[in-house]
Write a protein that binds this ligand. Sequence first.
Ligand code: ADP
Ligand code: MG
Length: 164
Amino acid sequence: MQKGFWVLVIKFETTSYEQTERFGEELAKSLKEGDIIAMDGDLGAGKTCMTRGIARGLGVTSHVSSPTFTLVNEYEGGRLMLYHFDTYRLEGEDDFIASGLDEYFGKGVCVIEWSEVIEGLLNDAIKIRITGSGDARVIEAETRNAIRASKISEAVRKAGLALL
Ligand SMILES: Nc1ncnc2c1ncn2[C@@H]1O[C@H](COP(=O)(O)OP(=O)(O)O)[C@@H](O)[C@H]1O
Ligand SMILES: [Mg+2]
């Protein structure tokens, strides 16, 4: 997040894979063309899990798998296109741009796993950080947009979860 700007942080917990997926599903219902969801968290944190929920919420019916070896997977059939990135193997922003991946931005919904690698390109994204172990996860969503923040809070509530 760019320094010198306020951000709104929405923090909540999940205690199962299903709950994290369900939040993604509710979040997806409020997403618009061009929205970018930047996800970070260790391997096994639940980034792909939440992306599956986002896919479901958009109405994508095909199975969402990790794009680790393909850089980006494209899913059609939903209310908006879903572009699912994994930037783990990229060197940084220059590498991302040289690969032509920035051309997806502005189209459909872009979800990026390991987004830290290209942080400088993501000033307008919804940032999601997932931490935790066992079945417990603490999820923090950050945005600079107050309307979006209220929609994220609403998604938490609709998923049957409580804000921390
Ligand atoms: N509360 C939870 N939310 C999401 N995943 C969870 C949770 N508790 C346990 N898990 C497990 O954590 C793993 C998350 O995997 P995945 O979504 O592929 O992570 P990532 O994409 O961040 O590497 C799955 O094995 C899932 O069953
Ligand atoms: Mg993953």
